[in-house]
Ligand binder design. Structure first.
Ligand code: C2O
Length: 572
């Protein structure tokens, strides 16, 4: 009954579209390229059809916004990643996903407008930590969320549509313009920080508008400082609009967050957990992130396959905090624990405000430490990659990364909460590598069913301070393949064949690979890579002058295959 009336409605829409399209063909030669002009937007807006149904694929060369290289030819590789609503269709959701099953935004009837900066005279919003803003302020955030939830679902400013934005950008609903076979993915690459900054920018302005409070600023959940290391009570009160019943019940406050979490409760004391969290922060913000591609993630350009490699903070604590918050009793760990549904939990936004704050902190630390390489990319493909958002006036806006680099011009800032992890350099464990001489040889690719130790030769050694400032020695874990429909974590130890003897978060645990379930069919392989910076680590391990290092890969969850290990020098 339901299904057949759905089908009738679809048929009617297709008929309506055909009628409009053929009328347009007579009137306008433009309409022979149905995806390349605003008329087709109007038609799609009126009919509500999925753009994939009318196949925009034939319009590739016209639709490619940045690199029109002549009619009829395939677009070149390279160039920025560009998204367009005409290239948004059905998402790839994991099995047992919760509805809704579509997440493209409403189709506007006109072309998107280009982003313009807010008036410099606008009040500067100060985002403050949830644990400091006070109950009254949190009630305001709750009211904003309630107002968004009360808007009709087809209003792009509604909470429903705000949550859908995340789904559309991480489930392959958007395709690269002109390349229907290539999904757009804003995780596991250099798009991660700027995309989420833009997302929050509009979310915050919509909240301010609905509240009638032009200076309203998002609170942030500072899980990186001890005072913020639990779910703030406001999010856990069942009657609050900030509550989400689909979370891990064991992690309700006052449980302390575990920034290294993957499914298993560890039963540390609060003091221990806090200390391990600070060490984890230090590694991801300081030792492992001295270069833009290490912090932000790998370059990702038009024509590239998705997920070339995530930056340090994205892998953890970002991914692990998603996993820690979501409900692990559900097959996909909704809401926070899986990309497609994460935006449905109101804690997602304060969580990401903290991620955004860490981006700013990373830039400032670079300046403070005089590391001239600890700066954002200047690559035009990064700067010109663009996303679409509806603003507080419900206008569709095209935002490029270039627009998102200066918080002052965006009229917001972060209140300082201190960075206690700055000095949390983790301790080394002596005597855990004595068996290194007896290693069996390993032939790659290798399935990580059990821990694997490999001797990796260094291409040379960086001895002087000058050399180390100029170049970073980096361990590249290449060809990481995981089942896209699985949660996977493995840890990378350096010079610790007896890794079991290294305490949690100890120095030899150089980094982890963490992924949540990616959308897609079961059995679909996710391919990516991972990097661990070595300069500071080898100094701390007293291994500066060695010709090789021992790398031990230890599986913690799910199945991974590793293509190879290699050490390179990087200067960006
Ligand atoms: Cu887009 Cu926290 O994920």
């Amino acid at each position: 009954m339901e299904a057949s009336s759905d089908r009738a409605l679809l048929l009617l829409r297709i008929l309506l579209f055909c009628a409009l399209a053929s009328a347009a063909t007579i009137l306008l030669p433009l309409a022979t390229r149905p995806c390349a002009n605003s008329l087709s937007r109007t038609i799609l807006a009126v009919t509500g059809l999925d753009p994939y149904l009318i196949s925009c694929a034939g319009d590739a060369s016209e639709a490619s916004l940045s690199e029109g290289d002549g009619a009829g030819k395939k677009p070149r590789s390279g160039g920025p990643i560009v998204t367009d609503l005409l290239w948004c269709g059905k998402p790839d959701l994991p099995p047992h996903a919760l509805p809704p099953f579509h997440c493209c935004p409403p189709m506007p009837s006109s072309e998107p407008i280009n982003f313009t900066f807010p008036d410099p005279g606008e009040p500067l919003r100060t985002r403050r930590p949830v644990h400091e803003v006070g109950a009254e302020y949190m009630a305001k955030y709750a009211r904003a969320v309630a107002l968004m939830k009360a808007l009709p679902h087809d209003d792009p400013r509604s909470f429903y549509q705000q949550a859908n934005i995340h789904c559309a950008y991480c489930t392959g609903a958007y395709r690269q313009v002109g390349r229907p076979e290539l999904p757009v993915q804003i995780h596991f690459s250099w798009l991660f920080f700027p995309f989420h900054r833009a997302y929050l920018y509009f979310f915050e302005r919509i909240a301010a508008k609905l509240l009638g409070d032009p200076g309203f600023a998002m609170p942030f959940w500072s899980w990186d400082v001890p005072e913020g290391m639990r779910i703030p009570a406001e999010f856990a009160a069942e009657a609050s609009p900030l509550y989400d019943p689909i979370r891990n019940p064991r992690h309700a406050p006052p449980t302390v967050v575990d920034l290294d979490f993957m499914d298993v409760e560890k039963n540390y004391t609060n003091e221990q957990q806090i200390q391990y969290n600070l060490w984890a922060m230090y590694k991801q913000m300081i030792s492992n992130a001295p270069l833009p591609s290490l912090f932000h993630g790998q370059p990702y350009r038009a024509g590239d396959a998705e997920k070339p490699g995530a930056g340090t903070v994205e892998i953890y604590p970002h991914n692990t905090m998603h996993g820690w918050t979501g409900d692990i009793s559900r097959p996909n760990h909704e809401d926070m624990g899986v990309y497609y549904s994460a935006g449905r939990d109101p804690i997602f936004y304060p969580h990401h405000a903290n991620i955004d704050r860490l981006w700013e902190a990373w830039r400032r630390i670079g300046v403070a430490r005089g590391n001239r390489r600890q700066v954002d990319f200047t690559d035009p493909d990064w700067l010109e990659s663009s996303f679409l958002f509806y603003d507080e006036e419900a206008r569709l806006v095209r935002v490029s990364i270039r627009d998102m680099l200066d918080m002052g011009r965006l009229r917001y800032r972060y209140a300082g909460v201190g960075l206690p992890w700055l000095s949390a350099r983790p301790p080394a464990t002596p005597g855990v590598n004595s068996r290194r001489g007896k290693l069996k040889s390993v032939s790659f690719p290798v399935s990580l069913d059990a821990a694997v130790s490999v001797e990796v030769r260094r291409p040379g050694t960086l001895r002087s301070r000058r050399e180390k400032e100029a170049r970073e020695e980096v361990l590249v874990v290449e060809g990481v393949e995981t089942d896209g429909a699985d949660f996977v974590k493995f840890d990378v130890y350096v010079n610790a064949v007896e890794y079991e003897k290294v305490g949690p978060g100890g120095r030899e645990m150089a980094g982890s690979f963490v992924t949540l379930k990616h959308p897609g069919k079961e059995g679909m392989v996710m391919r990516t890579s991972m990097r661990v910076a070595l300069n500071e680590l080898l100094e701390d391990l007293g291994a500066d002058g060695d010709e090789s290092i021992t790398v031990t890969l230890v599986p913690a969850r799910g199945k991974a295959r590793i293509g190879g290990l290699r050490i390179v020098y990087m200067a960006e």
